[in-house]
Design a protein around this ligand. Structure first.
Ligand SMILES: Nc1ncnc2c1ncn2[C@@H]1O[C@H](COP(=O)(O)OP(=O)(O)O)[C@@H](O)[C@H]1O
Ligand SMILES: [Mg+2]
Length: 470
């Protein structure tokens, strides 16, 4: 080759090297060339920028000084594979910056040969910390969404329980109202008919007055206050007297008369006051009058109960009040007990209330959720048949509410976990594990209070302490 063409070849080579150098330096990825002894042959600008070294410092480094401890072992394996002539199409590793910070990367490694000999490994890496960070955020977000959904479900479950309990509670008085009104209609007709007969048969004014007086003063004791045996005996006696007095179909009146408190003696007295033909319509009139009075009583009692339940729901949800308010803590507890009446029907609830407790400031209806969740657990713990004691007292500037049950208690190894979200020992479908987590949040985060638990077999107490406003 001539000298001139040799020069040209050199120039071309230099130009080609420059071109590659520029391409390497402008690349976004970190590029490194590492000699078999671990020292760097070259690194590009992205590499220097990412790891925080200057070009001059790289001469004193080797590959192991820029690999994070957490990925050292793993990289040694890859490095020896690469030196063994095995290209690595994909790997993940953690680099270490000059200041010691980890930089997660992914990339590939190939070898450079002269003849058969490997003279360097070339690594191409991309910083993936942002991607990992985004993935982490996404995971956290998914957890948050899951928590939120679970809380929503817990609320729905609580609402479901509440409405089921309420429907059950309302069902009794509602059914009673409908029975009583049917009975009332019938009794009024029967009374009219009996009175018509009496008037037709020429009842005197005086007899009429006596009848009315009789209606106004029912005899005692009423049958419902008697033992079943005494009641039976009374019915038999009445039936015998009616037979003796020759009342047709006397048996159809027996139960009603017995229920109204009539006795063999009172019926004989009555019979002595009216003519024999008037006796039967009189007895019918007495029976119908009693039925009327009783139905009206049932109607009054049932509508009172319905009003009570509606009041309790209002009190429970604070439908009619502002978001933040001062309340007597006992009102909320009572509303909750009424709402939970169904779940607690066989639980003996004892109240030991300090009614002199000043009011406390509450946020909406959330405190009632706390009582609900604790009482619900107590009902579960005692299988719905134990004893629950609710005690309130003042402790300095705090109101203390203790709810105790005589269930089997919480084993020591569970005790520190029960306020954790999703922690439950109940079968799937029975527990969400969010009841006490919710209670804890409401008490501590919303009301600046504390909630603690102490438990031994037969005695578990949840203690809630809330700041008093005055
Ligand atoms: N009064 C109690 N007696 C016994 N164990 C209780 C009592 N209250 C709570 N626990 C325990 O705490 C756990 C968590 O309660 P909670 O957060 O209300 O969730 P859940 O009732 O859905 O299980 C219950 O599963 C139960 O093991
Ligand atoms: Mg619970």
């Amino acid at each position: 080759m001539s000298e001139q063409s040799q020069n040209e070849a050199h120039l071309q080579l230099a130009e080609s090297e420059q071109r590659y150098r520029a391409a390497i330096d402008n690349a976004h990825d970190m590029i490194q060339s590492v000699r078999p002894d671990g020292t760097f042959e070259f690194v590009n600008k992205a590499w220097l920028d990412t790891l925080g070294y200057s070009q001059d410092e790289v001469a004193d480094l080797d590959i192991w000084s820029v690999i994070h401890g957490s990925s050292l072992e793993h990289c040694q394996l890859f490095f020896s594979k690469a030196l063994g002539g095995e290209p690595i199409p994909y790997m993940e590793a953690v680099f270490r910056t000059k200041t010691g910070d980890p930089v997660p990367v992914e990339g590939s490694v190939t070898d450079r040969y002269i003849g058969e000999t490997i003279i360097a490994t070339h690594g191409f890496f991309r910083n993936i910390s942002e991607r990992l960070h985004a993935e982490e955020l996404e995971r956290e977000n998914a957890v948050l969404i899951r928590d939120e959904q679970a809380r929503y479900l817990e609320k729905m479950a609580a609402l479901g329980k509440l409405s089921a309990g309420l429907a059950h509670e309302l069902n009794n008085p509602a059914a009673a109202v409908s029975r009583a009104s049917a009975r009332l209609t019938e009794a009024l007709a029967q009374r009219d008919q009996a009175l018509n007969t009496l008037v037709y048969q020429g009842i005197t004014k005086d007899q009429c007055r006596r009848l009315t007086a009789l209606a106004a003063a029912p005899l005692q004791p009423r049958a419902e206050q008697l033992t079943p045996l005494a009641r039976d005996r009374r019915e038999t006696e009445i039936e015998e007297v009616l037979d003796e007095l020759g009342v047709a179909r006397g048996w159809s009146l027996t139960a009603g008369l017995a229920e109204a408190g009539q006795t063999a003696t009172s019926l004989r007295d009555l019979a002595a006051q009216v003519s024999p033909t008037d006796l039967e319509p009189t007895l019918k009139w007495v029976d119908a009058t009693n039925a009327t009075r009783e139905s009206v009583e049932v109607l009054a009692r049932s509508s009172r109960r319905i009003t009570e339940l509606v009041q309790a729901v209002k009190g429970y949800t604070h439908m009619d009040r502002a978001v933040e308010q001062e309340v007597d803590v006992h009102d909320g507890i009572e509303s909750t007990l009424t709402i939970l009446n169904h779940a607690l029907r066989d639980v003996t609830v004892t109240r030991d209330f300090d009614h002199s407790l000043p009011q406390i400031r509450v946020h909406g209806n959330t405190l009632n959720q706390v009582w609900t969740n604790i009482l619900d657990n107590a009902a579960d713990a005692t299988d719905g048949t134990g004893a629950v004691t609710i005690r309130t007292r003042r402790d300095g500037d705090r109101a203390v509410i203790e709810i105790a049950d005589d269930g089997p208690g919480i084993p020591k190894e569970h005790l520190h976990r029960i306020f954790e979200p999703f922690y439950t020992t109940k079968p799937q479908g029975a527990g969400t594990g969010l009841g006490l987590d919710t209670a804890w949040r409401i008490i501590t985060e919303e009301h600046g209070g504390t909630i603690t638990v102490e438990s031994q077999p037969g005695h578990t107490v949840f203690t809630v302490s809330l700041p008093l406003t005055s």
